[in-house]
Design a protein around this ligand. Sequence first.
Ligand SMILES: NC(=O)c1ccc[n+]([C@@H]2O[C@H](COP(=O)([O-])OP(=O)(O)OC[C@H]3O[C@@H](n4cnc5c(N)ncnc54)[C@H](O)[C@@H]3O)[C@@H](O)[C@H]2O)c1
Ligand SMILES: O=C(O)C(=O)C[C@@H](O)[C@H](O)[C@H](O)COP(=O)(O)O
Ligand SMILES: [Zn+2]
Length: 372
Amino acid sequence: MTDLPVTVVPVGGGAFAPYDVVVGRGLLATAGQRIAPLTRGRTVVISDETVAAIHGPALSASLTAAGVANQIIAVPAGEGSKSFAELERLMDRLLEAGLDRKDVVVALGGGVVGDLAGLAAALYMRGIDFVQVPTTLLAQVDSSVGGKTAIDTPRGKNLVGAFHQPRLVLADIDVLATLPPVQLRSGWAEVLKHGLICDAAFFDWLSGDGAGGATGDPAALERAVVRSVEIKTGIVGEDEKEAGRRALLNLGHTFGHAVEAELGFEEAALAHGEAVALGCVLAFQYSARLGLCDPEEVETVDAAIAAAGLPTRLKQAGDFTADALIARMAGDKKAEGGRLTLVIARAIGDAFVEKTVDAADLKAFLQEQGAA
Ligand SMILES: NC(=O)c1ccc[n+]([C@@H]2O[C@H](COP(=O)([O-])OP(=O)(O)OC[C@H]3O[C@@H](n4cnc5c(N)ncnc54)[C@H](O)[C@@H]3O)[C@@H](O)[C@H]2O)c1
Ligand SMILES: O=C(O)C(=O)C[C@@H](O)[C@H](O)[C@H](O)COP(=O)(O)O
Ligand SMILES: [Zn+2]
């Protein structure tokens, strides 16, 4: 096993089997040794074409060295792969590979691969185990942890899915070195979100001394990943299936998902984290409009998000009508009986779920923000 220090964040406390999130450097090279005990000597690695070409060989060699026979199935890179069509192709390839119920699959990639492979694992023979090896910042800080798996439909984001927790998560900070800058920024948005939800001191650090993480500083990235995972696992351990507190992790997402759905998933014009960044600014602006949050706090949020090179204005994402955005928001999974639900905030680090959002007021707000 590697001599490099790692941080192990245990996930548990819920109704699911506990597992570890291991964060550190050089983890890909020793991944085989960590994954081998979970397998019966073989696995299928699910990746996307970009990640498979860059990091597939190292993972494959590590598995082989640990005595785990392996093959890689690669789906096209991008949000378009979170689709029924790609799920069907993937299920068929898993069946063709001859996996049985005791086999384990490994997801090597960003949130798209993790969400798709996780759902495939949840469905394959009614559920087999899977391991997450996240290769984007977003996947390391967020999507690989907590067991939400899903595909999109033209009607909206993540509307078909399952809760299916991984057996193990291996977050190797070194793989982030090959990530395009836009993807680092996108992941940084979910990191900032964690601070905005419940840790003002973390948010201060992210906007100050830790800001280099947004452009790839490995030490800042490692600290940001560890703290994000601690925050997320703390919430998921209490509320796996989003009966209550887990909805906080959706800060920025009701607006963000509406924007993503309006833009379309096939050729996603905006990365998920970019949409979330914009959504967080809108959530804080709306909180100030309701008189809940000090406008100065909104400016601080706006400035930190803009400084990370992330969008803060609706017009930066495209042209939208308020009615279309509200229709999308009403179809969000948090909405109950058609009632709009939003995660808003009293202050940085103090977000809460608001279940009675006035549609007419929200429409006026979106129009003030540039929607038609
Ligand atoms: N399940 C959850 O809890 C959860 C949480 C947050 C986001 N998500 C979902 O995650 C998805 C977004 O994930 P993402 O931002 O990781 O996008 P992604 O998986 O599409 O990856 C972004 C791009 O980076 C490339 N890439 C990945 N790792 C790389 C590396 N190390 N080097 C070079 N290129 C690399 C990919 O090929 C892709 O082109 C969205 O669908 C979102 O809904 C899910
Ligand atoms: O883990 C969660 O819970 C989250 O909400 C994390 C989000 O960042 C993530 O994008 C998630 O996929 C959104 O979930 P959804 O239920 O709104 O589709
Ligand atoms: Zn998200």
